[in-house]
Design a protein around this ligand. Structure first.
Ligand SMILES: Nc1ncnc2c1ncn2[C@@H]1O[C@H](COP(=O)(O)OP(=O)(O)OP(=O)(O)O)[C@@H](O)[C@H]1O
Length: 285
């Protein structure tokens, strides 16, 4: 590299900066970090924004090349307003990213390909949810079950009626039974207990949600956008079971697939417990 750089320096037309092994490592680390951030953004609504920004940059370059002064003036003024608009529009994503930094797992979520779940469900709770959902799906009883993860859902719980009972299939079926006082809204499950019912969830304003999904599904997607909660929905209209995570919905689940998804949490929890024990051992705790 040095030889080529010096040769070109001598020619005098072009100078290539000297590149050492440290620069290559530097570039690789930055490239890897950018790649991971892009992958992280891709799973959120911010992806659409990024595509919009790229289009505006292309337009700005074209305007610059052809000296389109009015277009350049509009773009340069819109950038200032745009920055404020981004803060307002993507407040949920920014809030979530800041919460992740606060929990100390922001880098982990960017660097790891696997999502870590510390608030796993016990085998009994998984059984209860699967059994209740299958029975409710059969008779087309609508249900909205929010499974709390690391982000505490106290604000959401306060909108409903406190319960604090072991999560059993009978309890879940009873809560969502039509024309009963507790059937409306969402149930929150935290630490394998039903902590509240009739909770009101934030609605998603995403334009990507299928038009055949109503407010129950929109509420499930909404809470999963602003928190790390997982949500199971049973449609009253079709009896379909869906699973929602990070603003993404997986529809038409059967008992086996629902059990598998919910049990994945459980396995990861075991792994996390091992990690905690291992870290504790290192600290002699
Ligand atoms: N913001 C919300 N938070 C919690 N629950 C909600 C919210 N919005 C709607 N729901 C629940 O969803 C019910 C209305 O569901 P709606 O029929 O509009 O939605 P849907 O997605 O089409 O569901 P379904 O397929 O079951 O009909 C309400 O009765 C209420 O129980």
């Amino acid at each position: 590299m040095d030889v080529i750089g010096e040769a070109l320096d001598k020619i005098g037309y072009l100078s290539i900066p000297r590149i050492g092994i440290r620069d290559i490592i530097d570039i690789l680390v930055v490239a890897f970090f950018f790649y991971k951030v892009l992958m992280w953004i891709k799973d959120t609504r911010t992806w659409a924004l990024l595509k919009g920004v790229v289009i505006i940059i292309v337009i700005a370059v074209v305007a610059f090349v052809f000296q389109l002064h009015t277009v350049l003036w509009i773009i340069s003024n819109a950038i200032t307003l745009g920055a404020i608009a981004v803060l307002v529009l993507f407040q949920p994503e920014l809030r979530r990213a800041l919460e992740q930094i606060g929990r100390g797992n922001f880098l982990g979520s960017i660097l790891s390909t696997e999502e870590v779940n510390r608030q796993g469900l016990s085998e009994e709770t998984v059984d209860a949810i699967v059994k209740a959902c299958m029975q409710m799906a059969k008779v087309k009883t609508g249900a909205l079950i929010v499974i709390e993860q690391e982000t505490k859902l106290g604000d959401v719980e306060r909108t409903g009626i406190p319960i604090d009972a072991v999560a059993s299939s009978q309890l879940l079926i009873n809560i969502f039974e039509k024309n009963t006082p507790l059937h409306d809204g969402a149930v929150i499950i935290s630490n394998n207990r039903v902590t509240a019912a009739t909770c009101f969830l934030p609605l998603s304003d995403s334009l990507e949600i299928s038009k055949d999904l109503g407010t129950r599904h929109r509420a499930a997607i909404g809470v999963s956008e602003v928190t790390d909660a997982r949500v199971v929905v049973v449609s009253e209209e079709t009896g379909n079971i869906s699973y929602v995570k990070n603003g993404k919905i997986k529809r038409g689940l059967g008992a086996d697939e629902l059990r598998r998804i919910l049990s994945t949490h459980k396995k990861r929890k075991k792994h996390d417990i091992k990690m905690v024990l291992w870290k504790g051992k290192q600290k002699n705790e």
